[in-house]
Design a protein around this ligand. Sequence first.
Ligand SMILES: [Fe+2]
Length: 283
Amino acid sequence: MSDQAKPSAHRFPPFTDLPAGALRLVQITDPHLYADPENRLVGLKTQESLDLVVEQVKQRLLPVDLVLITGDVVHDSTPTGYQRFRRTIESLDAPAHCIPGNHDKSEVLGKWLDSGAFNTAPCVRKGGWALIMLDSTIPESAFSHLPEEQLRHLERCLEANRDRHIMICLHHQPVPVGSTWMDTMAVDNPEEFFAIVDRYPNVRAILFGHIHQEFESERNGVRLMGTPSTCIQFTPKKTDFGLDELPPGYRWIALLPDGEVRSGVERLAEMPAGLDLNSWGYV
Ligand SMILES: [Fe+2]
C-alpha cells in the first residue's frame, strides 16, 4: 500500500488469454493537437505523433470495446483540433469516452466529442463494470481540484453501482508521482476524494493522464495507473520540468469479470523527429 511510483506490477502481453466477458480498453491521453496539423510542441508535430500511435493501436490491439480519452486533447482549444482528433480516433471503430484536461475548453470539447461514437457521459456501464468519469480541471488553470459537485457525482455513481466493479478516470493525478513541479498540479483535495473511494471496496482502479509518463502504484488495494502522452514525455522524479527521450505511448487495459485489472503501457519504437530536448518548458 504505497503511493510511491514503481515499475508496472503486471506485465501481460496485451489482451492474451482473457476469459469470456473481459472488456478490452485502450487509453489515449494528452495528444495536445493544434488547429494546424503542422504545429509543433517543443519541436514535435503532435498530430503526426498521434497518427503513429493510433496506427500502432490498430495493428496491435483492435478490436477494443472502449477508447478512453483522458484529456489535453487540443493544446490551443480550437474546434479544428477537436474535429481532426475525432476523425483520427474514429478509425479505431469503438465508442470513445472523453474527459477534459487543463489544456481543453470543456464547452468546445463537449461540442465536438459528445455525439455519435463519442461521448462525455459521467458514468459508463459495460459488462460487470462501471467507469466513473471525473472532471478534475479548474477553468483557465493547470492546477486541479475536485469540486463538491464532482465529489457528489462520484458518490452517487458509487452508490448506484455497488454490484459492479469500478474504475475511476480523471485527468490529473490524485496522488503524488514524485516530480516536484508536476505534483504542484495534482488534485489539491485528495483527502476528500479518497474519503469517498475508501468506503467502496468494489473500486478496483484509478486511471489518469496529465503526467506524460508511465506510473503504477497501489493504494488500499486499488490500482493507480498513469499513462504516457501520445506526444512529449516528462522525465519521472524531477524537481523541475524535464523532457524524456522515451517515445510516445498509450495504455491497454483488460477489465475481467471477476474484478481483476490487467494493464500495460506500450510505446512507439522510436521518438518521432523534431523533439527539442533542451527546452526548458512549454506553453
Ligand atoms: Fe498534457
